[in-house]
Write a new protein. Sequence first.
Length: 267
Amino acid sequence: MLEVCVDSLESALNAIHGGADELEICSSLTEGGLTPSAGLVKEISSVVNKIGTGSTIYKGCPTHCACQGLLKQPKLNVMIRCRTGSDFCYTDQEMDTMLADVVILKQMNVDRFVFGALTNIQNIDEVKCADIITKANKIPVTFHRAFDVSRDPIVSINKVIQLGFDRILTSGQRDFADNDEAIVLIRNLQNSFGDQIDIMPGAGVNCGNARLFIDLGCKIVHSSCKGTRILPKMNNHLNMGTGDSEHLYITDVNIVKKMKEILQQIK
């Protein structure tokens, strides 16, 4: 299966038309993905609910567009992460915010939440993670790439499993999942824990290496399948964000289709 991370309605539509099995809905993917707005989740959910009804799923999308017959309803997974930063060590106020987000987003019938928290010495924060699991209340939760900055991957994955997470997103504790050392760790995690939790490789997963992770035994991969759009150049030279102010990343429908073709060939 393929999970595509999206941070806009346009990217979600492209991922759906490309055949993504699941969407990870975020805001600010340039920051690693933050909690999306309720409005974005509502709009994407509305689109997904129209699939299979025979009606136009979104204005501007013809009822009988080229891929209409191939469209399927992807699962909607929602990131819960209130701020940027690689520490994943949250204050009580930050946790109150994220727990409130879970309560609100649960009302939109999402399929999964995505969360991770660490202590100040980079161990799994069992208390804060348990709070999210409890608040999610039967909705499954993925432990995200906070795992990749945790101190001991084996100790960490055991705690994640014990807490009740059923999926873990990892780049093998390296910048990219196809790094040689990352592959060794992902293989070890899959062989040792794959029957207890889904190991989902992400970060740098693309059409050129997706087969590798399926060959390791992983059942699902995570990718942005993104293309680049050049933004209009401004004359005042002010940068209104921490990311690249001249580029916008949008999910490319053709990359999603290609990725799905590769994954289907593996089956």
